[in-house]
Design a protein around this ligand. Structure first.
Ligand SMILES: Nc1ncnc2c1ncn2[C@@H]1O[C@H](COP(=O)(O)OP(=O)(O)OP(=O)(O)O)[C@@H](O)[C@H]1O
Ligand SMILES: [Mg+2]
Length: 507
């Protein structure tokens, strides 16, 4: 740790362009053995690109890499593996149909003497690595049955199983709730003690303070600041990232007293394996109100929102839902959308975005019907709408006709949110809407939510970040084991109460 460690990774003058877009320019970075080096920057600053240069997924245009003092050429992921480098990706990269164990050992399955895949050894070793990271999952479960947060834990376990001496972590905690984050940090502390060099990317500033020994800040692909742990504060880091002082501001609770938009009473959904379906959830959302849904990973937050939106094919077997004063039966996303709901799902790649399609197409996806109905030429009109919306949200892109997949993660998230707001919903259902979003953009998203609420939209916001729930919501409903067990008024309760209630320390 500190300046005493051996320089394991040395990057000098690294640069990269994608077509005409300059993603990185003349970046120097040194990471020592036993050091957790945070890499910070706004969405699109070049963090993932830098990691991918080290993992061999992207070839640097310029620059030199030394690993353990020796010059190496990393032109392919296999080169990186040989150099002892493993990466946890920002976007989950598991094969859905394969089991947890098959994913962990994909491409390097152990074999029996007879030459077949040694399943027993694979299962045993997977169990071991899951246990080491404190993950309670059956290695035989197909990955597609797991929630996003659980999948994230599997990718972490997979990277750990490689016993790398250099570990690149690209937003490893974006889908994890506080308890899982704390477990990961315990593992990181152990790795640090073992002399592993870790590059850690996260937009959660509280984590950086907890885990990082040093931090490098990128802005527009260039290094603009470096901090030691002692110098690092959230405000300083944010200012370096954005280039001006940032107000880490949340919206004050509104105490809205509009009509009830949503009433859920004793909602029970038929149980299915691998999901924590609602099993006694009651809550209300008024027009103009932002209501939070808190709970640990696996508490059933996502399942609640998916059920309300009709997105999960789940079957309501008990309780009632009232939407805009009338009894409501969720049938399909399409009919919910038509009724006046909008949904921003947790995993933008699966339910949110068509990655190969343009920014324009993705932005206007949910309102094309309406645009067409007014007899407008879709092409021009779509473009204008998308242009206005991306500007309002501050989406950073080089061209509206670029595929959404070429945008940085946080910018993809803004496109999904913008599209939901465009439908002018009465109720906005949000599942981790600021996942992977930078500090500046987060403040921007909170501002937009406040604006929507003031315009009378009811918002139901599921989040694993206590600071976000307490700072943004009027009230927070705590879900545990599929039940709503507690409700907090954020005017009087803070993060500590929220955490206690999520973990079950409060009745
Ligand atoms: N495959 C690609 N094709 C074209 N441009 C790309 C591609 N990948 C990244 N870019 C561009 O390179 C720049 C840096 O992107 P990068 O993904 O490294 O940002 P980031 O710092 O990881 O952002 P985030 O916090 O949103 O994940 C962005 O302008 C992005 O649009
Ligand atoms: Mg990234």
């Amino acid at each position: 740790m500190g300046d005493g460690g051996v320089a394991l990774v040395e990057l000098a003058g690294a640069g990269k362009s994608y077509g005409g877009v300059r993603a990185l320019r003349a970046v120097d970075l040194t990471v020592r053995a036993g050091e957790v080096h945070a890499l910070l920057g706004e969405n699109g600053a070049g963090k993932s690109t830098l990691l991918k240069i080290l993992s061999g997924e992207v070839t640097a245009g310029e620059g030199a890499i030394r690993i353990g003092g020796e010059a190496v050429r990393i032109a392919h992921p296999a080169d990186a593996r040989r150099a002892g480098i493993a990466m946890i990706h920002q976007e989950l990269d598991l094969v859905p149909a394969l089991s947890v164990a098959e994913n962990v050992f994909l491409g390097r399955e152990p074999h029996t003497r007879a030459g077949t895949v040694d399943r027993r050894r694979m299962l045993a070793q997977t169990r071991e690595v899951l246990e080491r990271s404190g993950v309670d999952l059956d290695p035989r479960t197909p990955v597609e049955r797991l929630r996003t947060g659980e999948q994230q834990l599997v990718t972490i376990a997979k990277a750990l199983s490689l016993h790398a001496r250099i570990l690149l972590m690209d937003e490893p905690t974006s889908a994890l709730s506080p308890r899982e984050v704390e477990r990961l940090f315990t593992v990181i502390d152990q790795l640090r003690a073992d002399g592993v060099a870790i590059v850690y990317v996260s937009h959660r500033m509280d984590e950086i303070g907890r885990v990082a020994d040093r931090a490098t800040v990128l802005r527009n692909g260039e290094v603009v600041a470096e901090f030691s742990a002692a110098e690092l504060t959230a405000a300083r880091a944010a200012e370096a990232m954005v280039g001006r002082p940032v107000h880490l501001m949340f919206r004050a609770a509104s105490g809205a007293d509009g009509d009830e938009v949503l009433r859920v009473s004793d909602l029970v959904v038929r149980p299915r394996t691998g999901r924590r379906e609602p099993d006694g959830i009651s809550l209300t959302v008024r027009a103009g109100e932002i209501v939070g849904v808190a709970g640990l990973l696996g508490a059933g937050r996502t399942e609640l929102l998916e059920t309300l939106y009709g997105a999960s094919g789940s079957k309501v077997i008990g309780g009632r839902i009232f939407f805009r004063g009338k009894e409501f039966r969720p049938r399909s996303p399409r009919s919910s959308l038509r009724a006046g709901m909008a949904f921003v799902p947790e995993d933008r790649r699966i339910a949110g975005l068509a990655l190969d399609h343009s920014v324009v197409a993705n932005t206007v996806l949910s309102i094309v019907d309406r645009l067409a109905r007014f007899g407008l030429v879709p092409g021009r009109r779509e473009r204008a709408v998308a242009e206005g919306e991306t500007r309002r949200l501050g989406v950073k892109h080089s061209s509206l006709t670029d595929p959404v997949g070429a945008l940085s993660g946080g910018n993809q998230q803004k496109v999904v949110l913008g599209r939901a707001l465009l439908t002018e919903p009465a109720l906005l259902l949000l599942d981790e809407p600021t996942r992977g979003v930078d500090v500046g953009a987060k403040a921007e998203i909170y501002r937009l939510l406040g604006e929507a609420a003031r315009a009378g939209v009811g918002v139901l916001l599921a989040s694993s970040e206590p600071a976000e729930l307490v700072g943004v919501c009027d009230r927070v409903v705590v879900v545990r084991g599929g039940r709503s067990v507690h409700e907090l008024d954020t005017a009087s309760a803070g993060e500590a109460e929220l955490l206690a209630a999520s973990m079950g320390d409060v009745r």
